[in-house]
Design a protein around this ligand. Structure first.
Ligand code: AMP
Length: 428
């Protein structure tokens, strides 16, 4: 076994696994741009206090899963950073820092990000994972909520994933939720004995999380809990209805799930989640999001509306494989250049820049450090190059070249390098 292994809960994504990742990221970015989102890149780590403020206590992410980082030479307590456990806090920080509320609204942003959570690793759950993040700022209307859902739906649809389900719920306004949480805490307190230990701990810190607990006992207790829907004001109920009406018009199937809450306490109004049933019948979450107007206020930002979604790309990529969805393969080389002898090697080395000058898009492979023609040819076949060009003293002196097409086993003769390049120009 190698001395060093990738850290627990992390993975190497090897070249043969890259095509699905490239495909997923490309589709996600294409759809996002088609739907008016612009790319943003923010740091992988932020001040610890940003996450403490944004994510809040009583969440696993905050209490147990943060990776705290510090420079080796820093011993100041003020200089404390954390690797980002999710994307929204950093993007909202950037929005506020750069005064993006003064730009033409709405501001729609996307980012493909690495997140870090010190969680118990298992299938589909890693300590470093990749998310595709979409954030929609500057609109408090239900249209923004629906547009975020629509965008994430189009990404999943373009990827041709099957049996993906959308659950939606409304968490009402912050005030309504606070009021509801009090009612819920009272109810949970009265039924504390039947709850799991984790849920008992959350009765006062984060009672909403008890609603989406996977524990059987907790699920029994929640059946008779007061519902959020009953605590919504008329305007919140209307907001939710309008979101659902957009989804219906756009033919996006959904299920209203009264137990769906988001883990983080800055959410209000719409909350949603994309899930899929795995082979074992277990439900796996592909992504989720919702409206989080409250986060801006928490981070001392302007009072503009904000909605977002994060798709978990590790799970999306795994699903493509389990559902046997074909993904575009990585491009094979167009031309493999083989040197037959020493003179050939010198000539090949000299013409490489010329080939790219004529054919800038050509995917060229060569291995001029190897002298054995047979080995070079074997490799050209193995990596499925379209054409092979063998060059030795004879070709260099005569200016005649023979191009082999490995796909149909034909050969073509050219009486000058220029005529050969003229042909290759259209092949790249
Ligand atoms: P969250 O930010 O917790 O709402 O997660 C959004 C999506 O990211 C989830 O639905 C998962 O698909 C994915 N995700 C979250 N945590 C992990 C993890 N530890 N490993 C892999 N994917 C994750």
């Amino acid at each position: 076994m190698a001395t060093f292994q990738s850290p627990r809960g992390t993975r190497d994504i090897l070249p043969e696994d890259q095509p699905s990742w490239t495909h997923v990221k490309r589709v996600a970015e294409e759809v996002a741009m088609q739907m008016g989102f612009s790319p943003i890149t923010v740091p992988t780590y932020e001040e610890l206090s940003l996450f403490q403020r944004a994510i809040g206590e009583g969440t696993d992410i905050q209490d147990k899963e943060l990776f705290i980082v510090r420079g080796r030479q820093s011993n100041s307590d003020e200089e404390r950073y954390a690797l980002r456990p999710e994307g929204t806090a950093g993007i909202v920080r950037a929005f506020i820092q750069h005064g993006m509320q003064t730009r033409t609204q709405p501001v729609k942003l996307f980012s493909t990000i690495q997140n870090f959570r010190y969680d118990r690793p298992q299938k589909g759950r890693y300590r470093e994972h990749t998310q595709f993040d979409l954030e929609y700022f500057g609109d408090v209307s239900p249209f923004a909520d629906a547009w975020i859902i629509y965008t994430s739906w189009r990404i999943l649809e373009r990827l041709e994933l099957h049996t993906v389900q959308l659950d939606v719920n409304s968490l009402g306004t912050e005030e309504e939720r606070i009021h509801y949480c009090k009612k819920l805490s009272l109810y949970l307190e009265a039924n504390a004995e039947a709850l799991s230990e984790d849920s008992r701990r959350r009765i006062h810190t984060n009672p909403l999380r008890v609603l989406d607990s996977k524990d059987r006992n907790d699920q029994g207790v929640r059946e008779h809990a007061p519902t959020l829907a009953d605590s919504l004001s008329e305007s919140s109920a209307t907001h939710f209805k309008e979101v659902l009406s957009y989804l219906t018009t756009w033919n996006i199937p959904f299920t209203i799930n009264p137990f769906l809450v988001r883990g983080l306490d800055y959410y209000s109004h719409t909350a949603f989640e994309w899930t899929v049933n795995s082979d074992s019948g277990q439900q796996s979450s592909l992504g989720g999001g919702g409206r989080y107007d409250g986060l801006m206020k928490k981070l001392d930002g302007p009072h503009v509306g904000a909605v977002g979604v994060a798709l978990g790309l590790d799970r999306v990529v795994e699903l493509l494989a389990t559902q046997n969805v074909p993904v575009p393969k990585s491009k094979k080389p167009d031309l493999y250049l083989i040197a037959a002898d020493e003179k050939g090697t010198v000539f090949c080395t000299e013409i490489i820049p010329k080939i790219w000058q004529y054919c800038p898009k050509l995917h060229l492979e060569c291995d001029l450090g190897k002298v054995n023609v047979g080995n070079q040819l074997k490799r050209a076949v193995k990596i499925e190059s379209h054409y092979v060009l063998v060059i030795g003293t004879q070709e260099q002196e005569s200016g005649n070249f023979t191009l082999k097409n490995l796909r149909d086993s034909t050969t073509e003769h050219y009486s000058s390098l220029e005529s050969l390049l003229e042909f290759l120009k259209n092949e790249g």
